[in-house]
Design a protein around this ligand. Structure first.
Ligand SMILES: [Zn+2]
Length: 156
């Protein structure tokens, strides 16, 4: 019977090894998924928190938080390069320089280039167009984030 026993031992070890491998893979997948979820959750929580504290669109400009890539790169391990590919996606760049958002600045009062961020957001006309800009930026960034998560999940 020793041959049978050793055969059994081998099978059991094989099963155990296979089982361990499957469990390890499952853990890895769950870990990866939870990391993606946490990233998404962080961004969405941030948005909700801003919404609670009054003007959720203008607030990120003043706090330099929210959907700006410079901030996201620091906290979510993403690229800080603006989607225009020219500069860091800082608040100042997106609001006052980036060519993607030129159309939002076309009706701003003359001399706005000399205004600071606080004065820009205090100007009623500029404030309205900044709301539109930030809303569009937010949707763009959330789309990117969800497509990033989907690619990661489908890779498993
Ligand atoms: Zn840009």
């Amino acid at each position: 019977m020793p041959i049978f026993v050793s055969h059994c031992e081998d099978s059991r070890n094989q099963i155990r090894n296979e089982g361990n491998k499957i469990i390890k893979d499952l853990w890895q997948n769950r870990w990866n998924d939870s990391k993606n979820e946490r990233r998404t959750k962080n961004l969405i929580d941030k948005v909700n928190v801003d919404r609670l504290y009054g003007d959720f669109c203008i607030n990120p400009i003043l706090t330099t938080h929210g959907v700006f890539r410079e901030h996201q790169a620091r906290f979510f391990n993403k690229t800080s390069l603006c989607s225009c590919g020219q500069e860091t996606g800082s608040v100042l760049h997106v609001i006052t320089e980036c060519e993607i958002w030129t159309s939002y600045r076309k009706n701003w009062p003359s001399g706005w280039q000399l205004m600071g961020l606080k004065d820009l957001t205090n100007n009623t006309d500029i404030r309205i167009s900044l709301r539109g800009l930030l809303h569009e930026l937010l949707i763009k960034e959330l789309d990117l984030l969800s497509s990033f998560s989907e690619t990661n999940v489908s890779r498993h």
